[in-house]
Design a binder for this molecule. Structure first.
Ligand code: R1P
Ligand code: URA
Length: 254
């Protein structure tokens, strides 16, 4: 079956009118960046002058600071990508335009399979493209895969610290309030272990721009059962741990 839908009209050839521009900068831009979905962790680690603001990205809802965080002898950029693939990728594009080249994202996800305890770490090695943004960066396909070399580094960081983790496909959706029981079951059958809203699009942008990208997720809420189990996932201490794992990994990537 072929559907005549606009998202299938990938255009690799003609020019774009709007190129992402660097945000106004006020210091050296670290080449390595952590994209952190946890505002509470960013505030704790970078807030009140604990990290330098070196660029600012402005969208209609407000600003996103690009922090430069001192980690030992090195510096890592940190920014919050908002929520949802369009905004997250708009900010990803601007961070690339500003000078960052190597990225590790850390975020939460719903557990699609039973047995993923709250806080369990997941390394997505592929994502089902059930969102729209990735179709503007790569020709239509069902999945996009992560770079295996990047996934290997992310796993090595976890292995060295004896952090139990799962590796697998994540389902990237645009519509968390349309995760129906039938769709959840179908995605589980096709191999998805988590659901979130940005990974497929991040992978597509990274491939299009030729930058290095990997992601850590933690199992948050549980959508594997008959009813939704919230599990108070936004308060999990896994978030802070995941951030520091992402810092470690981004500094390890070649
Ligand atoms: O906890 P984060 O990483 O924001 O992840 C998930 O939660 C948000 C939706 O509630 C989306 O961003 C989705 O990817
Ligand atoms: O997109 C998301 C994120 C977390 N949990 C879900 O069920 N969906």
């Amino acid at each position: 079956m072929t559907w005549d839908i606009p998202l299938a009209e990938f255009d690799a050839d003609s020019a774009v009118l709007i190129e992402p521009e660097p945000g106004p900068t006020s210091g050296a831009i670290p080449e390595r960046a952590v994209i952190c979905f946890f505002r509470d962790v960013i505030d704790e680690v970078c807030g009140d002058g604990r990290a330098e603001v070196v660029a600012t990205f402005t969208w209609e809802h407000g600003t996103h600071e690009l922090f430069s965080l001192q980690v030992g002898e090195r510096r890592v950029a940190v920014f919050h990508p908002g929520v949802g693939a369009p905004l997250a990728c708009g900010l990803f594009e601007e961070a690339i335009a500003t000078g960052c080249r190597t990225f590790v994202a850390c975020g939460g996800a719903g557990a699609v399979v039973p047995g993923l305890a709250l806080g369990h770490v997941v390394v997505p090695d592929a994502a089902v493209r059930d969102e729209g943004t990735s179709y503007h960066y790569l020709p239509a396909s069902r999945e996009v895969s992560a770079d295996p070399a990047v996934t290997a580094v992310l796993r090595a960081v976890l292995d060295e610290r004896a952090v139990p983790h799962a590796v697998g496909t994540t389902w990237t959706t645009d519509a968390p309030y349309r995760e129906t029981t039938a769709k959840i079951a179908a995605r589980r059958r096709e191999g998805c272990i988590t659901v979130e809203m940005e990974t497929a699009a991040f992978l597509a942008v990274a491939r299009h721009r030729g930058v290095t990208f990997g992601q850590y997720l933690y199992a948050g809420d549980d959508v594997s059962g008959e009813t939704w189990d919230h599990r108070h996932w936004h308060t999990s201490s896994a978030r802070r741990d995941l951030f520091w794992l992402a810092v470690d990994a981004v500094l390890r990537l070649p």
